[in-house]
Design a protein around this ligand. Structure first.
Ligand code: BGC
Length: 486
């Protein structure tokens, strides 16, 4: 007998998980580069600012160049990944990362430096779309949350490694150039790894390469399950043709699917508006204001932030397919709201004796982010959009994410100055409250659903249906559209 919709359990663990894990780990190198290349700047900044004799404006441009490049990269990534395939796009991006690493390290002046940082930013922004999408389209539904969250884990490891590499090269007196050059290693690994993988079953199917799609699916979920899932993909892709970008965007704005876009872009903006990168990029500044007087204790505290970020993301990987996306988002948003409000409170009454209290609050804030918005935004952005609109939808939400990141990063210091430390953190606390409400009222639970079921959830007015019904319905809707078109 059919199971009731809410208790749909995917066929779990009937196949070895090793291949899926290996594939996800290779693609997640894209996340590692994202983390490394955004994290490396904090330690390198001190050195290149001196070498290039930068004014504060020049310094700001050198730091935010990567974010500008990332917005452009995210904007074109969906198109590239749809046209060239996820695999080839990731290979090209790995080459860009490698070239960017070497060229930035060799930059003779600040103009060239900024140009290559924008190039690296392009790679980061595009990889932020394509790497999680590659994993989501490869992953068995039962462990998709955990596998896509590998990408976020890799981002946090990348940030931590960047802090440590910065410290090591600074201590050895080698300056900023080798700090950037090191990124060539994971870039090469990503290119080589992707070279040996096939593209995702969903992209191959969209090109009519059904045999390859079948083989790619069978590698991760076994032949029997592959046959079933291929059937679902076939119905969801029935209407696939070469569709111009603008038509896809219009489709994303149609009633029904529009909600996927609202969830994707909403989570994207809120992920940044809760202020995560004020901590990740400016942790030493916050700890200095909090009363850690020497630069070295502030940097040590920053390293602790990096470690806690990684460890909490590991916890999220274990929880995301068990507790589900919504539970993690709600717990995390509540945690961020309380800790941000507490930091604001301590700043309001005068932080002189409360440096350690602020450190604890910042760490709890990081835990709250890392078990929720950190991995879950990237996960949902790669799973909530219908197959044929996934590239465009994920691109749009990622552009929103990087734009919000840029906005927060360039306004944080001025906000501290204009509104004061306490009010600044209360503003972020308020945005965490908005996040809580947004998740509570709008974000659906996608745990354990196939990508095709999620697609039908939007198309049928935000109601869940079983996998088999999803297929029938998608097929009916596709032939309905055929009739309407003819
Ligand atoms: C965010 C980044 C942030 C990182 C911190 C990512 O999910 O998109 O902006 O720096 O998490 O771990």
């Amino acid at each position: 007998m059919a199971q009731p919709p809410d208790r749909l359990e995917p066929a779990a663990a009937a196949y070895p998980k090793g291949p899926a894990i290996l594939i996800a780990a290779i693609a997640a190198l894209g996340g590692l580069l994202f983390g490394y290349d955004t994290g490396v700047i904090s330690g390198a900044e001190l050195f290149f600012t001196k070498d290039f004799h930068l004014s504060p404006g020049g310094e700001e441009l050198a730091v935010s160049g990567v974010l500008i490049g990332a917005i452009i990269g995210a904007a074109v990534a969906g198109q590239l990944a749809d046209a060239l395939g996820r695999r080839l796009t990731l290979i090209i991006l790995a080459t860009i990362f490698a070239a960017g690493a070497i060229l930035t390290a060799l930059a003779p002046n600040v103009t060239i430096f900024v140009i290559f940082r924008i190039l690296i930013g392009f790679g980061i922004g595009a990889a932020a779309v394509v790497a999680p999408m590659f994993i989501a389209e490869m992953a068995p539904p039962a462990i998709r949350g955990a596998l896509v969250s590998f990408d976020q884990l890799a981002i946090t490891v990348g940030i931590l490694v960047a802090y440590l590499v910065d410290l090591a090269f600074a201590a050895a007196g080698l300056g900023w150039r080798p700090m950037f050059a090191v990124a060539v290693v994971p870039s090469a690994l990503l290119a080589i790894g992707m070279f040996f993988l096939s593209d995702t079953p969903r992209w191959l199917a969209s090109r009519g390469r059904w045999d390859e799609a079948q083989r790619a699916l069978a590698r991760v979920i076994g032949p029997a399950e592959a046959e079933k899932e291929l059937h679902g993909i076939r119905t969801s892709l029935q209407k696939e043709e070469a569709i111009p970008w603008i038509v896809r965007v219009r489709e994303l704005l149609r009633p029904g699917v529009r909600w996927a876009l609202i969830v994707g872009v909403g989570l994207a903006v809120l992920q940044q508006f809760v202020g995560i990168n004020t901590v990740i990029y400016y942790a030493p500044t916050i700890f200095e204001i909090a009363g850690f007087k020497t630069a070295s204790t502030a940097i040590l505290a920053t390293t602790v932030v990096g470690v806690v970020n990684v460890l909490s993301t590991v916890i999220a990987i274990f929880l995301v397919d068990r507790l589900g996306r919504r539970a993690l988002l709600l717990i995390g948003a509540a945690g961020m709201m309380v800790t941000l409000a507490a930091i604001g409170f301590v700043f309001a009454i005068g932080p002189s004796k409360a440096a350690y209290f602020i450190l604890v609050c910042v760490l709890l804030y990081i835990v709250s982010f890392a078990i929720s918005m950190g991995p879950v935004f990237w996960l949902m952005s790669s799973e909530i959009f219908p197959n044929r609109l996934r590239g465009t939808g994920a691109s749009l939400s990622t552009v929103a994410n990087w734009s919000a990141n840029l906005l927060v990063s360039i306004t944080f210091l001025s906000l501290l100055h204009a509104a004061g430390n306490a009010v600044t953190f209360w503003i972020y606390a308020f945005l965490a409250l908005l996040t809580l409400l947004f998740v509570w009222f709008i974000v659906p639970e996608t745990k354990g659903k196939t990508l095709e079921q999620i697609e039908l959830y939007w198309r049928s007015g935000r109601h869940w249906v079983e996998a088999s019904t999803a297929e029938r319905e998608l097929s009916k809707q596709a032939s309905g559209a055929d009739d309407a078109n003819s």
